[in-house]
Design a protein around this ligand. Structure first.
Ligand SMILES: *Cc1c(COP(=O)(O)O)cnc(C)c1O
Length: 391
């Protein structure tokens, strides 16, 4: 491929091969399309991969966050602290359970939750803290765990970006009381739609298994095995089950996860190096204790140094068929939050300043080295400061 390659380069995408397809077809030819043996097998393999005692499969990452909120026992009159630099679902999950998400500002270098801001926001109403492993870098769990221990709060990880990451050697998925993942196609592995919550607490896992099945304490397969029709609905639950079809895909994807993450890290390293020569385009900070999973590769566009702003760079990349993206509009700026909770501009200056400058460059396991080179070559071409020789 050349620099004039007309194929658009997308910011994210899935990698599905013949083994994945065969695994799905095998389920289609079996007796169980949903809630069969693949669910448990996937849950067990996933729990083992992230060093957790329990894994509960759910319909998607948002359902996983919702189940985590139910397990954390948040409800009316409870506050849940959520960093504002995230996808809205991280905060919406608290609203689903009648609780109030309290948005907090982030650290300027990493855009991860700032534990000082979290601590300031704790009140007697606070019931849980959500840590968002933004871009795939684990949050500052040591500090957040201490705050939660001191105030008797449940720590929930929105780890949707960070599957395959580690903190001081410990896998993401084992770092909080409840850890939520998504298997949407752009995430680090996919089941089409899908999600998971990991925990070391078997009681919380049971709450989530009941919650995902209408609040009913047995599933269809249990009853078939017992030869009984009787069941009771104990609590209000949802149909948030993940099917055997999805779980079969999850199993084959999970085997390839280490390779996917390795490829993401290679691409990130290539960008890091190339950006040394592009003034004003700065990657986010990566902490020494973190093994980054690089769901996203986010740069800040410093207009003064680069000679163009984020929106202009987005457009110029687009002109070259490179589809960058912006993650995220801070949650407190969304109309629903403004109208419902009275949030708005000025609330969280670090996140707001970052929001004007951030851009997600393409990163996913199917990007060819030539495509990565097309991105770096295009940046060198379209960023004025990279092309203007110093006086
Ligand atoms: C993808 C994502 C979600 C939601 O996951 P879905 O599977 O799309 O429901 C939640 N939080 C974050 C940070 C995400 O990136």
């Amino acid at each position: 491929m050349t620099e004039d390659d007309p194929n658009p380069i997308h910011y994210g995408g899935q990698s599905v091969d013949e083994a994945d397809i065969e695994a799905v077809v095998e389920v289609l030819e079996s007796d169980w399309l949903t809630t069969g043996p693949k669910v448990e097998t996937f849950e067990e393999a996933f729990a083992e991969a992230v060093d957790a005692e329990e894994a509960v499969a759910l319909a998607n990452g948002t359902a996983a966050l919702h189940a985590a909120m139910r397990a954390a026992n948040v409800g009316q009159d409870d506050d849940v602290l959520v960093p504002t630099m995230t996808f809205a679902a991280s905060a919406n999950a608290a609203l689903f359970e009648g609780a109030t998400p309290i948005l907090t500002d982030v650290r300027p270098g990493t855009l991860l939750a700032d534990p000082e801001r979290v601590l300031e926001a704790v009140t007697p109403e606070t019931e849980a803290v959500v840590a968002v492993d933004y871009t795939g870098q684990p949050s500052d769990y040591a500090a957040l765990r201490e705050i939660c221990a001191d105030h008797d709060l449940t720590l929930v990880a929105d780890a949707c970006h960070a599957l395959g990451g580690r903190l001081n050697g410990d896998p993401v998925g084992s770092l909080a009381d409840l850890n939520a993942f998504s298997f949407h196609p752009v995430k680090n592995m996919t089941t089409g739609e899908g999600g998971m919550v990991t925990t070391d607490d078997p009681d919380l896992a049971e709450v989530m298994r009941v919650f995902r099945n209408h609040g009913i304490t047995s599933d269809h397969r249990d009853r078939a095995e017992r030869g009984s029709w009787y069941y009771e609905m104990e609590d209000l639950g949802y149909n948030y089950r993940l099917s055997d079809i999805h779980c079969a895909l999850g199993l084959t994807q999970l085997e390839k996860l280490p390779g996917f993450v390795e490829r993401r890290r290679q691409i990130a390293a290539t960008y890091d190096q190339a950006l040394d020569d592009v003034p004003g385009i700065e990657p986010l900070e990566v902490r020494d204790d973190a093994a980054h999973a690089y769901h996203l590769y986010v740069v800040r566009v410093r207009e003064d140094e680069a000679g163009l702003d984020r929106d202009a760079l987005f457009d110029r990349l687009r002109d070259h068929d490179i589809h960058a993206n912006v993650h995220y509009i801070p949650v407190h700026l969304h109309p629903h939050y403004r109208n419902r909770l009275g949030t708005g501009p000025g609330d969280h200056p670090v996140a707001e300043e970052a929001y004007d400058e951030i851009l997600s460059l393409p990163i996913h396991p199917c990007l060819e080295p030539s495509q990565v080179e097309r991105v770096t070559a295009t940046l060198a071409k379209v960023v004025p400061a990279a092309t203007t020789p110093p006086p």
